[in-house]
Structure formats: structure tokens, C-alpha cells
Design a protein around this ligand. Sequence first.
Ligand code: GLY
Length: 348
Amino acid sequence: MNRIELNTPLGRSLLLLGGEMKDIEPLLPASGLFVITDLNVRSLYGNIFPPGMVFTVEPGEQSKTLARSEELCKRLLEAGADRSSFILGFGGGVICDLAGLTASIYMRGVRHGFVSTSLLSQVDASTGGKTAVNLGDYKNIIGTFKQPEFVLCDHRMLSTLPEEELQSGLGELIKHAVIRDRNLFFDISASMEKVYERDPVILGDLIRRAVRIKASIVRRDPLESGPRRVLNFGHTFGHVLETYYRIPHGVAVTKGMLLAAELSVWTGEMPHSEMKMLEEVIEKTGMLPDLELPDNIIGMMSHDKKAEAGSLNMILLRSVGKAVVRRLPLNEIAAFVSFYRDGKEKNK
Ligand code: GLY
């Protein structure tokens, strides 16, 4: 097992990569444990949940709402949870976001930790302390920062992941490589078959390297006021596509990464050859959705959290392995969108 300590002014998080349930036993309270999970995860792993009351929500993005968090708070209150209680989020990305938010607002905050069961959450959603729910069609508009005390990633749990969820996590895995680590990018490309076989050793190695990247960025900027923004690479376009087409988060981010890479070439930040290389590796994943950009894409992007006064902090690439933050006016992004659409028209 790999242990990574993520110390920030907001709290300390212990990341247990390649660990198993017995590793969190000493980290849990003797009583007052409340597990938040979803129906799918409960049916797979309910038999290994630690002793405590279990609250189950519907699987999927539709559970990422303030109403669901409020309902969980009510159930916690009815069940006698107090400020000494502990919330264990047991599941994938949605559960980490929902359980994390609920733990941060119930009685102004109670202790919490995660058992992370999907590739998306092991690579990304369980680490970093951001919690969030959606507001209508807008992603992650309501949220807080609260570091989980621990994150357990047992890579064997990935063996039960449906293909669509595996791909979604693969998108976030590739993102970490693309923003920071060219070697990791080539290694992911070379390991694609093993990833699809859900090989726990290969996945464990790739996840550990991605989480190290994330932890090093979050340590420097836990509140995302600067350098942490690079972790949003692919997300501004991705969130719009995710909401519009109702596709899995990581798949939308993957398409978003390609758009952001094209934007990087268009602005002169990155050579075209780098974009081709990124495209080739993403093609190997088998998830290159050919999606038309929604008509109102710029309007939708203007509600992104990264929008300020008519411009957006966009994450661009200088090369595969090096991301930069650039502030771009929305009208410049609109010009790029027209250019992109024209290119697609010509290639039809
Ligand atoms: N919880 C995900 C993050 O902090 O990035």
C-alpha cells in the first residue's frame, strides 16, 4: 500500500492507495458512524461496510443536489447524529461530492472519510477536499472545501466497474498526465489494454502517479486561487457537454480536453503535432464522442465558476505534460467555437 499525506491549512488527509478495509479500522470512531452510499455500491459492498447506520441514495448525477444533501441532514438528525459523529462516503464521484458536502454543513461540519470505489473517484473525486452539488443544469455551483480525514482506494474494487464508468475515470487519469507528466501519458497509452482488463497492479501504478500529481498541486493551492486551476483542464467545455448530452463526467472531460487542446493550437500556445498526439491516444480509449457543440455553448460557459467579468480562466496546453492558465475573453472563445464548427462543416 502507498500512503500519501496531504497536509493543507484546511486539514490533513491520509490517502491510502492500494489499501483494504482493515486499513481504515483504526481511523474510524468506535461509535457514531454513518455510511452514505448508493444502491449499486451497497449491493456490491454492503457486506463489508463497517458497523453504523447506512443511508442510501439513487446512483448517478441526479443525486448530486442540495435537496438530497438536506434530506441526508434530516436523516442524520433523526438518527441522533451529533457533532462527534463520523460520515463515511462509500462510493464513486457522486457519493464523494454529496457525502463531503453533507459532512461539511451538518452541524457546521462533522468528521468524514471516503472509501472510493470507482476509477474516477480514486484518481480524482475523493482527493482534494472540494465538495459540490449541481444547481439545476449547472455543475458544482454549490460546494465547500473540507478535506476528508482519509481516502481508501482499494484497486480491486475496480474489477466490478462497468465499461462506461471505467472510461469516465480513464478520462480523468489522462487529464492528470496531460497537465503535468508526459511520461505518465505515454505509459497510459502503452497500458490501455491492461486498463480495460481492470488489472489492479497496472491501474494501481497509474492511479498512484496521478494522485501524487493532484496532491502536489492541492498542497500548494488548496483553495484553488491559482495553480490548482490547471486541474480543471477540459472541464469548462466538458461540463457544458456533460449537462447537454447527459454523458459521463470523464467522457465529457475527454472531449473537453480535445477542445481545449484545439483552442491551445488556435491561440498559438501549442504546436499542432502535440494535439495530434493527444488525439491519437484518446482515440485508443475508444471514447471519442463526435458531438456537435450546443448552440448556446458560450452562454452556458459564461455560468462556469471560472467565468469573471466577460472572460474565462481557460486551461491551455503548451505541450502534452505542461498546462498553463490563460484568461480569455468570451468573445475570443466564441471566435474559436465558430472556427471549430466551420472546420467540422468542411470535413463532412
Ligand atoms: N473532491 C475533488 C477535488 O477536491 O478536486
